[in-house]
Design a protein around this ligand. Structure first.
Ligand code: UDP
Length: 485
């Protein structure tokens, strides 16, 4: 390197080893690399292998000479399902295997033989509470990227207060009681709308302890990145900023990513920007092309949720009985139980042949953007919710875990772009809810969804979009903070 050339910061990005966080962090990494920053993306071997097998990440990122992947073990056997019901195993692997490797990498000053220069900045998932102390110890600035929804993050921050008020833990008979310990939610949050973990009755449970540690450590970092915008989450952002003054709202990130790549003319319709851990089925796009506008229900429970065979049957019957067309991404491993074999009743297989399409995995951003999609039956993961908001697709929410219970309530009560079916999976309710959104209250939902889509779109506009502005501020701050390391 020439004597006078200013060294570009070397950012280490460390996502939680799950589809949603990896997808977000990769998009952020690409935007940083596009702006000339050196980036090292720290994956697990498992995730890295899935990405290499099913996507073009390697060739996409080869366009950025200063970008490299590193991969470390996650401590789990290859055939571990890594699903939501086994999250404690993932968390234990992080503590026992990933954390010591990460500590060694940072303290030794060199990540591996592949890295040429020491790391000067860290962006870690908010779950990695241990990272901030380490970064402070070795004098490297660190920011957290919370890829969960800000509305749920705010309830995390309120957990000590909820405990103090006696609103957590709560019993099943209190699920419908409104909670008062989450300022700014105007009393629309009930017990059942708090994060799934808050249903745990033992406050010493490791997950509760993880959350308490997380909310203690996040404000000690140099900044907090959130996948949202003022237009979507203004009041919640104001609440969080009372605790974390330096927030960068850079969402909806998938949309910001697209917008920046398009202006840099890096996006090509021939190269998918999918970061899928499973093979994207392309045939469903051809099937969608043959369906009328806004006629199809898209069904997916994301990358880690599982359901029982009974729940699968209730969903399937409900959807079929609604008489609508449907595209279902039925992820391998998403049916609980070792022998998840089930008989398919003739009325379901006939109706599916006639007006349905079931595949394993899709490139969801593209599916939701297709004009044939009229409704999304979702588990209310934050990425899925944002992808639906951006495309103006109304939702039926059937939340599963973590932040999804909060998101689904916000979808119904705050953004008013869907109906929350929380804790109910019954064919009659599903059929009725589909009809409510696609027929009885169609105009109302179309209107509210298009209002939200417009607001989300404004956030990422390259002229005056708040997330664009925040991303540029982030770049400037990474450069300024890295100089001093
Ligand atoms: N996704 C996808 N294809 C599918 C199902 C999901 O590409 O068939 C993507 C989806 O676009 C989203 C991510 O997987 O970006 C899921 O993240 P989310 O936060 O919605 O839920 P999680 O999987 O973490 O529960």
């Amino acid at each position: 390197m020439g004597k006078d050339k200013v060294k570009s910061p070397h950012v280490l990005l460390f996502p939680l080893p799950l589809q949603g966080p990896v997808n977000c962090m990769l998009k952020l990494a690409e935007l940083l690399a596009l702006n000339g920053l050196q980036c090292t993306f720290l994956n697990t071997d498992y995730i890295q292998n899935c990405l290499l097998k099913h996507t073009h990440v390697q060739s996409r990122f080869d366009n950025y000479p200063e970008f490299r992947f590193e991969a470390i073990p996650d401590g789990l056997p290859e055939d571990h399902p890594r699903t939501g019901d086994k999250f404690l195993d993932v968390a234990n692997g992080i503590q026992e295997v990933m954390k010591p490797i990460f500590v060694e990498m940072l303290t030794s000053g060199k990540l591996s033989s592949k890295s040429s220069s020491p790391v000067s900045f860290v962006i870690a998932d908010g779950f990695y509470s241990f990272a901030v102390d380490l970064a402070k110890e070795i004098g490297i600035p660190l920011m957290y990227f919370e890829t969960i929804s800000p509305c749920a993050l705010w309830t995390f921050f309120c957990l000590p207060r909820l405990i103090e008020l006696g609103e957590v833990p709560f019993k099943e008979e209190d699920y419908d009681r409104k909670v008062s310990g989450v300022p700014g939610t105007k009393n629309f949050l009930r017990g059942r709308d708090l994060p799934s973990f808050f249903r745990i009755s033992d406050l010493n449970h490791p997950i509760i302890q993880f959350i308490l540690k997380e909310i203690q450590e996040i404000p000690r970092s140099q900044g907090l990145l959130l996948n949202t915008s003022e237009n979507i989450d203004g009041p919640i952002i104001s609440q969080i900023s009372t605790l974390c003054p330096n927030i960068y709202n850079i969402g909806p990130l998938h949309s910001l990513h697209k917008s920046i790549l398009l202006s840099a003319q890096k996006a090509s319709s021939h190269t998918s920007s999918s970061n899928s851990l499973w093979e994207d089925d392309k045939s469903c796009m051809t099937w969608l092309d043959a369906q009328p506008q806004k006629s199809v229900i898209y069904v997916s429970i994301g990358s880690i949720a599982v359901m029982t065979v009974d729940q699968l049957m209730e969903l399937w019957h409900g959807i079929v009985n609604s008489g609508k067309r449907f595209l279902w991404a039925l992820r391998p491993g998403s049916i609980a139980g070792k022998d998840s074999k089930y008989a398919i009743p003739a009325e379901l297989s006939d109706a599916t042949k006639e007006r349905g399409c079931i595949v394993s995995w899709v490139f969801q951003e593209e599916v939701l953007a297709h004009p044939a999609i009229g409704l999304f039956l979702t588990h209310s993961g934050w990425n899925s919710t944002l992808e639906s908001l951006v495309e103006g697709v109304p939702m039926i929410c059937w939340p599963y875990i973590v932040d999804q219970q909060v998101i689904s309530r916000f979808v119904q009560e705050v953004w008013k772009v869907g109906i929350d079916m929380k804790d109910n999976c019954d064919r009659i309710l599903i059929e009725k809810t589909v009809r409510e959104i696609m027929e009885d209250r169609k105009d109302e939902f179309e209107k509210s969804s298009s209002v939200m889509a417009k607001l989300a779109g404004q956030s990422v506009a390259d002229q005056g979009g708040s997330s664009h502005h925040n991303f540029n501020r982030l770049l400037k701050d990474i450069r300024a903070m890295s100089v001093n390391t």
